[in-house]
Structure formats: C-alpha cells, structure tokens
Design a protein. Sequence first.
Length: 151
Amino acid sequence: MSVLDSALHQGLLSQGDLLAIPAHLSGRPHAPRARAWLHLADGRAESPLETRVRLICLDDGLPPPLLQWRILDPQQGRSYRIDLGWPTHLVGVEADGKAPHSLPQALYQDRSRQNRLATLLPGLTLLRFTWSDTHHPPSVLRPLRQALGCP
C-alpha cells in the first residue's frame, strides 16, 4: 500500500490509473485480496510510516483519520500539518521516521512545533509513533484508543 500511496502523492499514478489496476491483476496470485485493498490507497500520505500507522488504525476499526490535518496559525501567518488527525476529538498523530526526526535540530523544531500546536489548539493530544511502534500495533492502538475515548 505504501507504494501506491507514494505513487499517488508524487503524481506518478492518477486516480484513473488506480481504477485500471484491477484489470492488470487478473489471473495473478492473491489478486482478489489485492483488489480489496486498492480503495485504501491515499496520496495524502507523505511517507510509508504514515501509511503503516493509518492502516493499523483502519485494521483495528478506528474511524478513518484526516491525513495532513491543517492547523492555521494566524499570528505567524502560516499553517502546520499533523500527519493523521481526528479533529473532532482533538487528537493527532505524528509518524516520526528515524532519519528526519533524530537529528538535534529536528528534535528542537519538533518540540517548538508541538508547543505551538498546543497553544493553538488547547486540549490537543498529539501522539508520536516510530517504525518500532508499528511492529507491535498495540503500542499504537492503546494510547490512540484512549485519546479518542474508544473502548
């Protein structure tokens, strides 16, 4: 799914192309299962990690998140994006890849950004997950379900 999300995001694949894929799957092993997943492709995902977190949520029956949730900051004349969000619950998820988020400058920027988001949206719960969290889905789902108030 990450490949489809990435191809859509980069404009290498259009929605029309996506609709043509089922015909190309005909006669291939596992084609019925692959066809059933095509509707999950979403070009708003900006990384394979975002796709993975989103699919963990959907597989668990959580409501679909808003991808790239935009938060306007009128004082600074800009907007911020949260990777996955449930705006009505004031819950957001950041999917933090190791390479872009492990450098000291990135850590400071992430902290500053998170503090600004908390100021703009009082009551916001912003959860952060990494690749290692996704290898054990309950590590993602437990805190997310609690933040969303899901049983």
